[in-house]
Design a binder for this molecule. Structure first.
Ligand code: GDG
Length: 476
């Protein structure tokens, strides 16, 4: 008899394929999700299904990738360049991403994107069902690229246990209803047994959409769909705390911290790290920093904004424009306020090895997160975990990042109020050491306790519970 299996499904597999010197290389991802789920998908006959991030050039590459990935318990979903353009770059990133981040005017409601999104979700469904799934198995679908998948699976297999987690915000129903295919998307999600979000507001917005768009009547955080009760709950994602804490104590990182300290001397280091994205409030952060240098001339040459922007989606028009505007503003601030011995902003458009990232977290006096909307924001939790030794650092955090709900001991700002962000910086700089450490200690305790392993465990326990309740009430 086959044992219960865990099936993880996400747009991308936790591995990157690179072709060098005519040879394929398989590089495992270091991301938090891959770590948190590692103990699940790597054991027994559990699997992770997703796109391997590479388009094979011929059938022998397809076979090679399948064989190599199978050794890692990974099942590839191959997608063509055309599929990716419509489903990923189009529907996911030009419709769902802007809508879920309240940027209605950025959405491009192109019917061909919708057709590609349906086709790829169906393709995922076919590949999953070809894996001899039994009713004992537990399926966990991740994120907005796969909103139709729960229902597609359910239509063919009413017995399945399906969980869904959305990593980005779920917007207010008045925004979500603008999508021409809103009903299909909501019904797609309702194929799951447990639908989960980072915050209470995301869950409430989803329930409001069920009420106001589909005309369903949510009751106690759940919705009745024919014979099933679908639960809508909150599971704020954590990070791999131990990894960041251990890195922050390692010699390799401490040597890099020393180099940074020598480079910036006694100046206060303000850290900013994001993927290139209009949801992250990067321009607002730069405006606030310029305003700080104008209104607090005594802070000139005493602070440095270290800004790392990780390349992302820069073939999409809005992202390219954003990148150009960041380049322009950084150039302007450095040219106007800089001097022979001081550059106000150190800016990189690049991705760094994890040890360099960790050194920046350790060295930074302040971490500045000003997302206009963010599902959670893991950067701020990684900063906190890197302060577990000396508790010496201040986090300025947007109230619109999911993490704000869990971290009340941070300085919280409205990222649309440039003045508020600006005022928060001197507040952080001059905060008495005792207060700084007290606040950071509370933040560390929070991030340590509600880490990624805890998050994964909690989700699976609840999914199991929900399914058991369903079976019990069906047999009554
Ligand atoms: C989505 C949601 C939600 C960044 N630069 C480098 C690097 N990173 C890593 C960080 C962090 C991750 O990327 C970024 O995570 P965030 O949570 O901040 O943002 P998104 O990518 O937008 O993630 C977000 C998340 O999903 C999880 O649910 O929190 O709201 O938008 O882990 O460390 N890693 C390396 N080099 C870099 O230069 N190695």
């Amino acid at each position: 008899m086959q044992k219960k299996r865990t099936i993880i499904i996400s747009n991308r597999l936790p591995v990157r394929i690179e072709k060098r010197a005519n040879e394929l290389h398989f590089i495992p991802s270091e991301g938090g999700l891959a770590t948190g789920l590692g103990s699940y998908y790597k054991t027994g006959s559990n699997i992770w299904v997703g796109w391997p991030g590479y388009i094979p050039e011929n059938e022998s590459e397809v076979q090679l990738i399948r064989t190599e990935l199978a050794k890692l318990n990974l099942i590839p979903v191959f997608l063509s360049a055309e599929d990716l353009e419509g489903y990923y770059e189009g529907f996911s990133n030009e419709i769902l991403w802007p809508i879920c981040h309240y940027r209605l005017s950025y959405a491009v409601f192109d019917k061909s994107y919708w057709l590609a999104y349906q086709k790829v979700n169906q393709h995922f469904c076919d590949i999953i069902l070809a894996q001899n799934i039994t009713s004992k198995d537990e399926l966990w679908v991740h994120d907005y690229q796969l909103m139709l998948l729960p229902q597609l699976l359910r239509q063919q297999r009413s017995d399945l246990t399906i969980g869904y987690f959305q990593h980005i915000p779920f917007p207010a129903d008045e925004i979500f209803r603008c999508i021409p295919w809103r009903n299909e998307l909501l019904k797609g999600l309702l194929g799951a047994d447990l639908i989960a979000f980072h915050t209470y507001h995301d869950a409430q917005h989803f329930l409001n959409s069920c009420l106001n768009i589909l005309g369903l009547s949510p009751k106690n955080n759940s919705v009745r769909c024919r014979d099933r009760r679908v639960h809508v709950e909150v599971f704020p994602m954590g990070i791999d705390f131990d990894k960041f804490e251990e890195l922050s104590r390692s010699n390799v990182v401490l040597n890099k911290v020393q180099v940074l300290k020598e480079q910036y001397q006694k100046r206060k280091l303000i850290l900013s790290i994001d993927r290139l994205d209009y949801s992250k409030g990067i321009l607002e952060r730069l405006m606030a920093y310029e305003s700080l240098l104008q209104q607090y001339p005594e802070l000139r040459n005493k602070v440095v904004l270290y800004m790392l922007v990780v390349p992302s989606r820069d073939n999409v028009a809005q992202y390219k424009l954003l990148r150009d505007e960041i380049d322009r503003m950084v150039g302007h601030i450095n040219a106007v306020y800089g001097s022979d011995d001081w550059t106000p902003i150190t800016y990189f458009y690049n991705s760094l090895p994890i040890e360099d990232l960790s050194a920046l977290y350790v060295a930074a006096d302040i971490c500045l997160v000003t997302s206009l909307r963010d599902g959670m924001n893991l950067v701020c939790k990684e900063y906190i975990a890197s302060k577990a030794q000396d508790h010496n650092g201040v986090l300025i955090l947007s109230e619109f990042a999911g993490a704000a709900k869990e971290l009340p001991e941070t300085i919280q700002v409205n990222p649309n109020a440039i003045e508020d962000i600006m005022q928060a910086i001197p507040l952080a700089i001059y905060m008495p050491k005792m207060e700084r450490q007290q606040r950071m200690r509370a933040n560390v305790a929070m991030v340590k306790k509600f880490n990624i392993t805890h998050w994964v465990k909690l989700f699976f326990n609840r999914l199991h519970e929900v399914k058991t309740e369903q079976k019990t009430s069906a047999s009554r």
